[in-house]
Design a protein around this ligand. Structure first.
Ligand code: FES
Length: 154
């Protein structure tokens, strides 16, 4: 990984890409989503502050554990004066995201277990296939309309 001399205060997109391991296209995407920012030179080239390295590392680490970009952006936006996340910020945010991850892992476990029933079936029935209708929307609609019907009768 190329080293950046300490006296360099700004990075080109290529330097940021090489140092962070993120593709140039990913950096442009992050910028379009408001996760990082740059200034433009007189020749309209992007220049990033050195703190962009840490922001990119933060974004990539959060993405690796499945945190949506919108959630990451909201977390970054909540930091005072949009500062780069510190070690303490990362510790706090990752702790908050842990319960979200636990819930997602639990849900994936349930879906995996139901997938076993689907293997070799292929019906994708909204009435019987849990993966086609994971929240049992049809069942809720049926019981809801039955309840409404019962209320009307009464
Ligand atoms: S595909 Fe038939 S039960 Fe899921």
């Amino acid at each position: 990984m190329p080293q950046i001399p300490v006296k360099v205060h700004e990075l080109t997109v290529g330097q940021l890409s090489a140092r962070s391991g993120a593709a140039v296209s990913a950096l442009h995407f992050y910028e379009a989503k408001g996760l990082i920012s740059s200034r433009r030179t007189s020749g309209n080239q992007r220049r990033y502050g050195r703190d962009a390295l840490r922001r990119v590392a933060f974004v990539r680490a959060a993405q690796r554990v499945g945190i949506p970009l919108a959630t990451i952006r909201d977390a970054l936006a909540e930091l005072p004066e949009e500062r780069t996340p510190t070690r303490e910020d990362w510790a706090r945010l990752s702790e908050n995201w842990r319960s979200e991850l636990d819930a997602r892992i639990k849900q994936l476990g349930r879906l995996r277990d139901h997938l076993t029933d689907c293997i070799g079936c292929g019906c994708l029935s909204l009435e019987t296939c849990v993966l086609s209708n994971p929240d049992d929307v049809i069942g809720e609609q049926i019981s809801g309309s039955r309840l409404m019907g019962e209320k009307r009768k009464g």
